[in-house]
Design a protein around this ligand. Structure first.
Ligand SMILES: [Zn+2]
Length: 97
């Protein structure tokens, strides 16, 4: 692992991630990443940054269903409370003791 190779990989990574690297550069980067943890970390950090906007879009899509889930949760809670009140009323009216 030489520093020159790492510098080269760091320079080429954006091009490689864009899919615009030449076949030789691609091969060089892939071979280097296999053996160099530092450059693999850089590569993974760069690709992770690129993948970030996608989950954000997904979150936006699920905003309404998650709101529905909260509403359903509140409704479920209300039903639970009403049932509890009915049971307590029944016990009070009929007397358990
Ligand atoms: Zn390296």
């Amino acid at each position: 692992m030489s520093n020159i190779e790492c510098d080269l990989v760091a320079d080429l990574l954006p091009v490689y991630i864009d899919g615009k690297a030449s076949a030789a550069s691609k091969k060089f980067i892939e071979e280097h990443i296999k053996t160099c943890q530092d450059c693999r970390d850089i590569y993974e950090a760069m690709t992770a940054d690129m993948q970030l906007p996608k989950p954000e879009k997904r979150k936006r899509r699920f905003k309404i269903p998650s709101l529905l889930k909260i509403l359903l949760g509140v409704l479920g809670y209300l039903v639970f409370v009403i049932v509890l009140i009915v049971i307590i009323n029944y016990i009070l009216m009929n007397g358990v003791f």
